[in-house]
Design a protein around this ligand. Sequence first.
Ligand code: AMP
Ligand code: GLY
Length: 424
Amino acid sequence: MNILLIGSGGREHTLAWKLKQSPKLTKLYISPGNAGTASLGSNVAIDWKNFDTFKAFLLEQKIDMLVVGPEDPLVAGLHDTIASDAETKHIAVIGPKKQAAQLEGSKDFSKKFMLKYGIPTANYKSFTKETLDEGFKFLEDIKSPYVLKADGLAAGKGVVILDHLDEAITEFESMLKDEKFGAASKTVLVEEFLSGIECSVFVLTDGISYKILPEAKDYKRIGEGDTGLNTGGMGSVSPVSFADEVFMKKVESRIIEPTLNGLKNEKIDFTGFIFFGLIKVNGNPYVIEYNVRMGDPETESVIPRLETDLLELFIAAADKKLSTKKVLFSTKTTASIMLVSGGYPENYEKGKIIKGLDLVEDCLVFHAGTKENERGEIITNGGRVLALTAFGETKEEALAKAYLEANKIKFEGKYYRTDIGFDL
Ligand code: AMP
Ligand code: GLY
């Protein structure tokens, strides 16, 4: 089977690494990929936004399956375009069509969906420029902290949580009136603040049945103890101790099943991953957000625990036969540490030579922002540079191994959090 995987981060390197282990794989292409994916398949620079050249590539390389790592192509409707073109419609796509991708692409859509199907989530109201005054009034009536969310995709920056009413009013106005997040903030949600501990749960579904993957916790803030600016993610751990059997049963019956049933009821097909961003409040799970793809950096700790052939699962999902598959996981713990560029998530420099990759033992190295230069050296090419994933009998053992290896890798400005898993 020939596969094209879209994306360039640690998530995609991890997916590529897992797919590469399948005897069913013939050729693997990654677009655009990174220096890590280049060792597992062919990196190609083809723009999915230009369907003519994209289609030509799919046909020339006889691609059988497209695996979409990030959300943008899905929200933009790439799956729909492929499925509606006579020459490409035979290609399996892992990742939902546009309508289902609204679960991530529009927070207003996903909230309405949750409300309709009784899926626990924070109370909210949505507003537009036309209802600005009602929004002010609503903010005055509710308690701090104030959770403001741009409806659309805003590169992970569209959620703002503020303690003071005057700040909330100013931010709310700037999101709506000045379109601070562009079209994404034409509609803004004001949400009840939920206080609890978060974790990420993933399922692979064919729209009929589903398989729950190991849960994970990611660490989003740049600073130790979850302080400072939000990042794409500084590390992850799987499993998550507080997501015990009782909690996970509730997640399945109150969240996963009603979500899948809701999609069926709406006649919305879904092939791919659903990522449930959850928060545990008084022992009960609430949905913070849906994503229609795997998480990054959660993939780097979740997928290594998967013992089943991922490509077989993808094929079964595309054929709507997922119910016939068994999925096995390692009972070990994985910890993944993200090495980032100095200055990230604000300004940082690229092009720093990465040394010590050959010294890493007993640890998986997943590349995120890396590339190879003309001299064949691996250099930094993004804020998040490398994820190091280690296995352990315990979380402590996995973390100790990952940190030992993190020390061996050198590049100018290297930074990482030393407290991943601190709250578990
Ligand atoms: P989102 O992009 O929706 O995942 O939101 C980003 C982050 O904001 C989440 O991971 C939470 O930490 C936080 N957050 C979002 N909504 C709420 C809420 N209703 N209550 C508390 N925290 C929230
Ligand atoms: N780790 C959160 C995300 O991928 O959106």
